[in-house]
Design a protein around this ligand. Structure first.
Ligand code: NAD
Ligand code: DAU
Length: 349
């Protein structure tokens, strides 16, 4: 097992859902490490997510594009970066169906530019200890039938422009390791839930719509299955891979926690009915089966045995508790939700 201890890391996309949770958790556990956050602040990036760390000495935010090679080169040298944790991406499948181009630009070209600047920097540094950690997704494997799990050796079969762009980026990461020896790592995680998720994704969208008594759009028959993991567990997994993963390796991350979409929606409805003092089944009456997503993957399920056996990582959050805490967070942070849905947060970024 490797033992890599970075002094300064560059996090891309650190103002988004997972990146901001990662930065806060990582800084809590690694107070001696400096964190540079490079984020262009798309609709999904929000500096409010980072209020608790913004004034810390060992934190620096840079508004900028991962595809800006000069900026990336300057930051790597100026901050003497030991590792890049690459979260920045266009991440929403539905948006990739209506507008795929930006997914290729950010997820594929952006990743290649980061890799290329990392390669030059690492070569100039006479191959100093360095890591490039690509944060990827189980969606690159495509869709499962009723049984089976995605393993690290499952062939790639992405079905949406989003997952195709992530698969392409993963292949570039692999190529930079194989061709140039760049010390890369690659993780592929299942669906995340938790605080600060933009309310276009299933769980926060449903919570928000129930609170506001708006229809709950469930795609198709609601029988599609996703494997849910708390964002804090994803963060600890990424930190574990960064510190202990052997360069060139790939790890699946998941919580062994499969749910049909309709069951999750029902659970959120029933929980909120109680919390809001509404009639039993008032929430469920808002459920509306709508036209299915094009190319909608039927089922995702991760086999996370490798990260458990090789690196000793396991999730710490139980879904039944994590989902209640998440619902409570959205109830208590309605201003945050209003800001991100109205776009108001852009006024002060
Ligand atoms: P998100 O959409 O919430 O955040 C993405 C962040 O990247 C935003 O802050 C955005 O401003 C930033 N960004 C976008 N383009 C950029 C650019 N050109 N330069 C700099 N910054 C840019 O995404 P998320 O849900 O937090 O996902 C983060 C990563 O994790 C993505 O790579 C995604 O593919 C992966 N992932 C997500 C999930 C999930 O369930 N959300 C699961 C597995 C993997
Ligand atoms: O599996 C990891 C992936 O999980 C990440 O790589 C993506 O970045 C992330 O967005 C997520 O992708 P999904 O497409 O699985 O997540 P989403 O929340 O968009 O949808 C979850 C399921 O719920 C999916 O089967 C589609 C369905 N759905 C979604 C929305 C937004 C609905 O039925 N209604 C909706 O309104």
């Amino acid at each position: 097992m490797e033992n890599f201890t970075p002094n300064t890391i560059l996090v891309t996309g650190g103002a988004g859902f997972i990146g901001s949770n990662f930065i806060k958790n990582f800084m809590d556990c690694n107070p001696g490490c400096k964190v540079i956050n490079l984020d262009i602040l798309t609709y999904a990036g929000n500096l409010e997510n980072l209020k608790s760390v913004e004034n810390m000495q060992n934190y620096r935010f840079i508004k900028g594009d991962i595809a800006d090679s000069k900026l990336v080169a300057r930051l790597l040298t100026e901050e003497n970066i030991d590792a890049i944790i690459h979260f920045a991406a266009e991440s929403h499948v539905d948006r990739s169906i209506t507008g795929p181009e930006i997914f290729v630009k950010t997820n594929v070209l952006g990743t290649q530019i980061l890799l290329e600047e990392s390669r030059k920097y690492w070569n100039e540094g006479k191959n100093k200890p360095f890591r490039f950690l690509q944060i990827s997704t189980d969606e690159v494997y495509g869709s499962l039938g009723e049984t089976g799990f995605f393993r690290e050796d499952t062939p790639l079969a992405p079905n949406s422009p989003y997952s195709a762009s992530k698969a392409a980026a993963d292949m570039l990461v692999r190529a930079y390791h194989e061709t140039f020896g760049l010390p890369t790592l690659n993780t592929r995680c299942s669906n995340n839930y938790g605080p600060f998720q933009f309310p276009e994704k299933l769980i926060p969208l449903m919570i928000n719509n129930i609170i506001n008594k708006k229809p709950l759009p469930v795609y198709g028959d609601g029988q599609n299955v996703r494997d849910w993991l708390h964002v804090k567990d994803h963060s600890t997994a990424v930190e574990t891979v960064l510190k202990k993963g052997k360069p060139g390796s790939l790890f699946n991350i998941g919580g062994n926690n499969e749910w049909k979409n309709i069951d999750i929606v029902n659970l959120i409805c029933d929980t909120l009915d109680k919390k809001l003092g509404r009639e039993q089944s008032e929430g469920r009456q808002l459920i509306t089966l709508v036209k299915d997503r094009q190319g909608h993957d039927k089922r995702y399920a991760i086999d996370a045995a490798k990260i458990k056996n090789e690196l000793g990582w396991a999730p710490a959050h139980k879904f039944q508790e994590g989902i209640i805490e998440t619902i409570d967070w959205y109830l208590e942070n309605q201003d945050w939700v209003r800001n991100v849905t109205s776009g108001e947060y852009r006024n002060y970024q």
